[in-house]
Design a protein around this ligand. Structure first.
Ligand code: NAD
Length: 250
């Protein structure tokens, strides 16, 4: 895929960081887009240190259409037209249903669902021009199972699954595939923060004991599946929900 540009949102940490490493190693010029400029820069240093191509685009809040469009324009100028888009940026949160405020609801939906809407509208014209594109949306296994105290988060991720299926039908004839990976129980700063706040319903180790493959997921487990979905070989896979969760959801 040398010469093809990929955008990964939330590329500065956890799953997004692993996806950036994988795509860059596969030959994509990788745009590491993140709200956190320092972490995006650090990931780019790691990638370029290995001899691959990447550039950092920090201070980009995916819930802000204007910032998204400006960032995509800078990606086009710096690395070339983006033909791969991984919508990974997301926020989580635990709240009893009656404690979910309008602000928390709106912010969660804005980042987790409107963000991918804005990025897709900014990038799909490049893909249509090229007659080829790959979009992977990182949703959540909680949208498959439901999750107490997470109605706002789960609603945003379930919306992302429906968004994926609809875009796949619409963009398939233009050579663009759209799939979603709903990760489950992946050992990242997000998961550890939830454990620290006692919000997991047990420790990470206790959950691992109840997981069929007997371990938490690694960011690279998600990145491997994502890199495949972005490859030429995955051209007949679209509109799919590809679970990567150690067998926790089947
Ligand atoms: P993480 O917190 O380690 O990384 C998230 C990244 O997104 C951070 O770099 C953060 O700065 C960035 N980000 C947050 N808000 C942003 C915004 N408004 N604009 C741009 N960037 C923003 O989280 P992670 O665990 O790697 O999660 C990545 C994705 O995977 C998320 O969408 C999350 O919902 C999903 N997910 C994770 C798990 C898990 O077990 N870790 C499970 C299911 C789904």
């Amino acid at each position: 895929m040398t010469g093809t540009t990929a955008i990964v949102t939330g590329g500065g940490s956890g799953i997004g960081r692993a996806i950036c490493h994988r795509l860059a190693a596969a030959g994509f010029a990788t745009a590491v887009v993140d709200l956190n400029a320092d972490s995006a820069k650090k990931v780019v240093e790691e990638i370029t240190g290995k001899g691959h191509t990447a550039a950092a685009f920090g201070d980009v809040d995916v819930s802000d259409r204007f910032l998204v469009e400006a960032a995509v324009e800078r990606v086009r100028d710096t690395l070339g037209p983006p033909l791969v888009l991984v919508n990974n940026a997301g926020i989580t949160g635990f709240k009893k249903f009656l404690h979910i405020t309008d602000d928390v609801w709106d912010r969660t939906l804005a980042i987790n669902l409107s963000g991918p809407f804005f990025t897709c509208q900014a990038v799909v014209p490049d893909m249509i021009d090229a007659g080829w594109g790959r979009i992977v949306n990182i949703s959540s296994s909680s949208a498959q199972s439901g999750q107490q105290y997470m109605a706002h988060y789960v609603a945003s991720k379930a919306g992302l699954i429906g968004f994926t299926k609809s875009l796949a039908l619409e963009l398939g004839p233009q050579g663009i595939t759209v799939n979603t990976i709903p990760p489950g129980f992946v050992d990242t700063p997000m998961l550890r923060a939830s454990e620290e706040h006692g919000l997991l319903g047990g420790s990470v180790d206790e959950h691992a004991d109840r997981t069929p493959v007997r371990r938490p997921g690694r960011p690279d487990d998600i990145a491997a599946a994502c890199a495949f979905l972005c490859s030429e070989d995955a051209g007949y896979i679209t509109g799919q929900v590809i679970g990567v969760n150690g067998g926790r959801n089947t």
